[in-house]
Design a protein. Structure first.
Length: 318
């Protein structure tokens, strides 16, 4: 386990400022991307956005809960990857690209099947395995679970996961306390809105009123779990949490995490004995949730985690 050398910007001393500042103030670069709609085997679809670079190792980028290319980390990382010679591809989870997906099911924290199918599709299209994947929050949890499920058979060479809720039950409890409820309320409102938009076009298999839900656990128990074959939130959280899969990871993997992440408790971070030999953890006391903002002045911020991603993917050592 490696102690991270991150030092927060003096003007963003708290985890909430670290979390919210890039959401509100980070500039989103304009990218020239090519959209591709991938038809899935079950009759649904997923949208990918490809860098227009035709050379370079492919890096798959996975967003967090209700995320998009507009998320503060997404386009910025895509630009950084391009500048360092990679060919990034951004994957939208089902229903997140601005158009409701076709099936009643959606996406969730433990959904590894779509990542595997997209990685296979990209490999066929480029005639080479996907070099690496980078996942944020929910996307990082799904990525780590996939790595652990597949072990030596996984096609990736590298993987990075940032601010992962390794224990979903614990994270759900954390989001119901203190200022973290503000994040929960915002994301829950987005989940409810997308549910209602989707099922205004098709009949929902569920007899629920999402406006009654006041927590992630409520939503996951009544919506996420039954739509994806789980008996309820407890089974969904238990089977989808990535922490139990870390020991089985064989791909070189870097985990980036802050103990003050307001989306989870400090003890959500995995311990040394839970990591495989191919996994390293950059763990420090500060950084918030996908924050890690350093730099002397607000007009010249340094996004520390982004540099740690690029250096890891660019490292040629075995």
């Amino acid at each position: 386990m490696t102690a991270a050398a991150f030092k927060p910007a003096w003007w963003l001393p708290s985890p909430h400022l670290q979390t919210l500042w890039p959401v509100l103030f980070r500039r989103r670069p304009r990218l020239r991307l090519q959209k591709e709609r991938v038809e899935l085997r079950d009759g649904d679809f997923i949208d990918l956005y490809w860098s227009r670079r035709e050379q370079g190792a492919v890096v798959l980028v996975l967003h967090g809960l209700e995320g998009s290319l507009h998320s503060h980390y997404a386009a910025a990382l895509m630009r950084a990857l391009e500048r360092h010679g990679f060919r990034p591809v951004f994957m939208y989870f089902r229903g997140c690209s601005g158009e409701p997906n076709r099936l009643p099911r959606s996406y969730h924290s433990g959904d590894t099947g779509d990542i595997a199918e997209v990685a296979e599709h990209i490999g066929l299209r480029t005639q080479a395995p996907v070099y690496a994947a980078v996942g944020f929050s929910l996307g990082g949890n799904a990525l780590l679970k996939w790595l652990g499920e597949t072990g030596d058979a996984n096609p990736l060479n590298r993987a990075v996961a940032v601010s992962v809720p390794y224990d979903l039950d614990s994270a759900a409890r954390r989001m119901q306390s203190g200022m973290s409820r503000l994040y929960q309320d915002y994301l829950l409102a987005s989940l409810k809105r997308h549910y209602k938009q989707k099922f205004s076009r098709m009949v929902s298999p569920l007899d629920v009123n999402v406006d009654e839900f006041t927590s992630f656990r409520d939503f996951d128990d009544a919506v996420t779990a039954p739509l994806h074959g789980f008996d309820g939130a407890e089974q969904y959280y238990r089977e989808s949490s990535s922490r139990q899969y870390l020991k089985a990871i064989r791909v070189r993997t870097r985990l980036i995490h802050a103990l003050d992440d307001p989306f989870m408790f400090a003890d959500t971070a995995p311990r040394r004995h839970e990591l495989s030999a191919s996994t390293e953890l950059l763990l420090g006391p500060y950084g918030g949730h996908v924050g890690f903002v350093a730099g002397r002045w607000p007009w010249r911020p340094v996004y520390w985690y982004e540099h740690r991603i690029i250096e890891f993917l660019s490292d040629d050592s075995a």
